[in-house]
Design a protein around this ligand. Structure first.
Ligand SMILES: *[C@@H]1O[C@H](CO)[C@@H](O)[C@H](O)[C@H]1NC(C)=O
Ligand SMILES: *[C@@H]1O[C@H](CO)[C@@H](O)[C@H](O)[C@H]1NC(C)=O
Ligand SMILES: *[C@@H]1O[C@H](CO)[C@@H](O)[C@H](O)[C@H]1NC(C)=O
Ligand SMILES: *[C@@H]1O[C@H](CO)[C@@H](O)[C@H](O)[C@H]1NC(C)=O
Ligand SMILES: *[C@@H]1O[C@H](CO)[C@@H](O)[C@H](O)[C@H]1NC(C)=O
Ligand SMILES: *[C@@H]1O[C@H](CO)[C@@H](O)[C@H](O)[C@H]1NC(C)=O
Ligand SMILES: *[C@@H]1O[C@H](CO)[C@@H](O)[C@H](O)[C@H]1NC(C)=O
Ligand SMILES: *[C@@H]1O[C@H](CO)[C@@H](O)[C@H](O)[C@H]1NC(C)=O
Ligand SMILES: *[C@@H]1O[C@H](CO)[C@@H](O)[C@H](O)[C@H]1NC(C)=O
Length: 801
């Protein structure tokens, strides 16, 4: 029901009796298929929150999470490990199972991907017959087999229902075909009395150097009938099953061949369809451990119980964000909960599965990459999930203790490519700034955390492409020079790295301050200002005459002279059509965004950036120009904060409108509802903040404030056991295209008292569980307030002291 207002712009602060459209089950609002097209690379299969195992359908499309929703793509198998929202090469997708309802004889079953792959059933509307909800996935194959998937942390449970006419239901385990078809050194052992198959292989990582071993242990049971074991069994190579074999010893190993195992099962003796359950334990340690994981996590083969346990875990996390939906389009509710769901798929809890060393600390893997997630994903965790956040931080610190460096990108125990600075720093700092008082209760050692930060800040690694940062040069020059004379990593993205090193150092300064390390705090605050060394005030944009825009971050050589780069470089308007992707041979100076975008990236001191850019008016003009000329890039994280930057120029209404236009233009609930990669939930977390009318600055205690899309949004924090509620007085409706509307924040009350700013909230509002009431207007020219603390903090204006 939409409230109809007598007048546009009702200013009276009347608290209406709160309406009643509460969400009863957040799970019913989660659409797992958003972003499975259009390069979102979203994983729509079965997993528990932060599960290591993510069981899903693989198709012959090129979605990096395995699944393609387009009906013409064939199903190649149902594999156990996936990432969500990543680029690089197709990751993981190990140990595909595949059902074969009928072949002429065991030895003649066709087992390679090319010969076994099959389409799904297509529904009358032309879409494939797939279904997914948190903790569950199902599909109907054109062969008549129904496939259902469920998962616990390290074990998948598959349910294959073969059609009644399948006289010999068969299931194969594909050992070598991971997502990159990179498996070598396969092992397979079949226990023909029970059908247990143990297998392993060695596989390529997908975003950097290194390979990893993975192990599986698969057991089978009938559902609705029982059998002792398979009626036929054997390993296969290519399309040649070896009947009655039990391992690969008879096979002539050759690189690039397809290996696996095939079992035949007795059909349902009662007639009708035969349902066979496959329990698939996974480990990065050994097949024995894979069996142990499976036995301990799913001893009962009870598919429905496994699904409902997973749903319980999802419900627990998703219901911590709660909204009143009165007057809100159903799509926005779906967008909110689907996005929230996607922020809890990775990193994965691989505790007990660390191939590198033994430790009693938690072990998280699948960071892909911190450069994406430090900005909004971890600040969102601060609001509603500090316990998982603490475990992730403990795991990161443990990695630093053993490898010398915090993880940046990581897959199956292997460090992968770094995209920016040492972006583990703002993640640890975000945790510590928000939870220092609870760190030890949450198992996080302040000393170890601080030492891990210092290692990034002070030590130069052998290869800064995968660990740490180019610290020696940073310390010596205060910028990263373009000269290619420094060993230790690719001499590229020097400017974007320098800007991030400055922010990383800012985040360390905030931790030092809390720990009472005054000298360190001063030192890192000073290094946080090194961005000045890359600022060249004399650079203008060629061909721009209508606005006065001068000053950009630019590459420099070690001798201090500038290495001019057109500010449009790597933007949609770049006349040379360059890209700034990860590639050592391109000495771009900037990564995945233009100098224009990076010239807005000094989150620790936006007040100073405004000065560098000529004051509030010029700054606003520049921001407008960035949007009008399409320099804002919705697909890449460096642009994420730009819509909210008007706040710092005391024009928060413009932020509200821009951020809402961003949502209206680029984020929706369709299969193509993401403008690009979800980046391990980074984009999803960004959407949630925008819908909540908030934007975080990691490693600080402030959240920029706008208006939520809901009359009420609440965050429950299980650590503090408090609920913080943001209410909009006289909520009207969300403008469909993000433009205009009665959505501009005019004044703010916290627990009934006028608040110091209508542009940001302090962290203590969230720890104590406050009620925030927003008075909104249709006048876009609102401001932050009159007091001296009305503008959001910046280093140069004494913020963060
Ligand atoms: C909706 O939730 C709010 C806050 O939890 C509560 O005050 C209100 O009574 C609920 N409304 C209904 C109809 O349950
Ligand atoms: C699906 O498989 C069929 C049969 O092999 C093939 O003709 C078709 O091109 C495949 N579809 C795609 C999208 O590759
Ligand atoms: C698959 O077929 C079964 C009936 O055999 C049906 O219940 C189910 O809804 C269909 N679709 C999916 C995605 O499971
Ligand atoms: C078996 O039944 C399924 C549907 O239930 C059908 O798709 C398939 O063609 C049938 N196979 C044979 C060999 O009749
Ligand atoms: C910018 O131009 C002014 C005037 O020509 C000059 O004094 C100044 O050194 C230049 N700044 C840089 C960083 O090149
Ligand atoms: C500075 O270094 C660059 C690159 O090495 C070189 O091209 C340039 O001539 C040097 N300029 C001066 C003034 O030394
Ligand atoms: C910057 O310097 C490098 C050499 O260090 C050179 O290859 C590159 O073309 C220069 N870039 C620009 C935009 O001048
Ligand atoms: C949904 O989002 C996608 C990705 O940004 C965009 O291309 C598409 O136009 C949007 N669709 C609608 C109806 O807004
Ligand atoms: C947005 O919608 C409003 C009201 O429906 C309309 O007046 C306005 O022209 C639209 N703006 C844009 C940019 O489409």
């Amino acid at each position: 029901m939409q409230q109809v207002l007598p007048l546009a712009g009702v200013l009276a602060a009347i608290v209406v009796a709160v309406s009643g459209a509460n969400v009863t089950d957040p799970l019913s609002h989660v659409n797992l298929f958003i972003g499975t097209l259009n390069g979102g690379n979203v994983f729509p299969g079965a997993t528990v929150p932060h599960g290591m195992v993510k069981v899903g359908m693989d198709t012959d499309g090129n979605n990096f999470a395995g699944y393609d929703p387009r009906p013409e793509f064939n199903v190649t198998g149902f594999s156990q490990l996936h990432q969500s929202g990543t680029g690089g090469a197709v990751p993981l997708s190990n140990f595909k199972l595949f059902p074969i309802p009928e072949c002429f004889a065991f030895e003649q079953c066709l087992t390679t991907i090319a010969s076994r792959k099959t389409l799904r059933n297509i529904l009358p509307d032309g879409t494939p017959d797939d279904f997914a909800s948190p903790g569950y996935f199902s599909t109907n194959l054109s062969t008549g087999v129904r496939v259902e998937l469920a998962a616990t942390r390290r074990t998948g449970l598959h349910r294959y229902t073969f059609p009644a006419n399948s006289t010999t239901p068969r299931i194969l385990l594909d050992v070598t075909n991971d997502g990159q078809v990179s498996g070598i050194m396969p092992t397979l052992n079949i226990d023909h009395t029970t059908g247990r198959m143990k297998a392993s292989g060695n596989f390529a990582t997908s975003f950097g150097p290194g390979r990893y071993n993975a192990y599986t242990c698969v057991d089978f049971q009938g559902e609705g009938y029982s059998f002792k074991g398979p009626t036929e069994w054997g390993p296969y190579k290519i399309n040649y099953p070896d009947k009655n074999g039990v391992d690969l010893a008879q096979h002539y190993y050759s690189y690039g061949s397809e290996y696996g195992g095939l079992l035949s099962f007795p059909p349902n003796p009662n007639g009708g369809p035969s349902t066979i359950l496959a329990r698939v334990g996974i480990s990065l340690i050994s097949t024995a451990q894979a069996c142990k994981n499976a036995e301990s996590e799913i001893d009962d083969f009870d598919f429905d119980r496994v699904v409902s346990d997973a749903e319980g875990q999802w419900r627990d996390i998703l219901s911590r964000v709660d909204v009143d939906t009165e007057g809100v389009d159903a799509e926005m509710v779906e967008l909110l909960y689907s996005s929230l769901y996607r922020t809890h798929i990775v990193p994965g809890d691989y505790t007990g599965e660390n191939p590198g060393w033994k430790s009693s600390e938690p072990y998280y893997d699948a960071f892909y990459c911190n450069w994406d997630t430090y900005r909004t994903l971890f600040p969102l965790m601060s609001l509603h999930d500090p316990e998982n956040f603490a475990r992730i931080v403990r795991g990161m610190i443990d990695i630093q203790k053993h490898e010398g460096w915090l993880p940046e990108a990581r897959e199956a125990g292997q460090p992968q490519f770094i995209q920016g600075g040492s972006n583990g720093d703002p993640i640890l700092a975000e945790f510590f700034v928000k939870f220092s008082d609870h760190a030890s209760a949450l198992g996080v050692s302040a000393d170890d955390l601080y030492n891990a930060l210092l290692a990034d800040a002070e030590n130069t690694p052998e290869n800064w492409n995968i660990q740490g940062r180019q610290a020696d040069v940073w310390k010596a020059l205060g910028y990263i020079p373009s000269d290619t004379t420094y060993p230790g990593g690719a001499n590229t993205k020097q400017v974007s790295r320098a800007l991030e090193y400055a922010f990383d150092d800012f985040s360390i300064s905030q931790v030092a301050k809390i720990l009472g390390k005054k000298a360190d705090a001063t030192k890192y605050v000073s290094r946080a200002q090194n961005y000045h060394n890359s600022w060249n005030p004399n650079i203008t944009v060629p061909d721009v005459t209508d606005v006065q825009i001068a000053g950009f971050f630019q590459p420099r050589f070690a001798n201090g002279t500038w290495n001019y780069t057109d500010p449009r470089h790597c933007s949609v308007n770049d006349p040379t059509k360059a890209t700034c992707f990860l590639n050592a041979i391109r000495r771009d100076g900037f990564y995945e965004s233009s100098p224009i975008v990076y010239s807005q990236y000094v989150p620790q001191d936006t007040a100073n950036l405004i000065e560098l850019q000529g004051g509030n008016e010029r700054f606003i003009e520049r921001l407008n120009w960035i949007f009008d000329q399409n320099y804002f890039d919705s697909t890449d994280e460096p642009s994420q904060q730009i819509p909210f930057m008007y706040h710092y120029a005391n024009a928060p209404g413009l932020s509200t409108q821009r951020s809402r236009q961003v949502i209206a233009t680029w984020f929706n609930t369709s299969l193509s509802g993401l403008p690009g990669n979800d980046d391990s939930g980074a984009m999803a977390s960004y959407v949630i903040f925008y819908l909540a009318g908030l934007y975080p600055l990691p490693a600080t205690k402030q959240f920029l404030l706008s208006s939520p899309y809901f009359p009420r949004i609440s965050f429950y924090n299980p650590l503090f056991k408090t609920t913080t509620t943001i209410k909009t007085i006289n909520f009207v409706a969300n403008p469909a295209n993000g433009t205009g509307g009665t959505v501009f924040v005019k004044s703010v009350k916290v627990n009934g008292k006028p608040y110091k700013s209508s542009c940001y909230l302090e962290w203590d509002v969230f720890t104590s569980g406050s009620t925030v009431e927003l008075e909104v207007t249709d006048d876009i020219n609102v401001q932050c307030g009159n007091g001296k603390n009305a503008l959001p903090p910046s280093l140069s204006t004494g913020g963060y002291d």
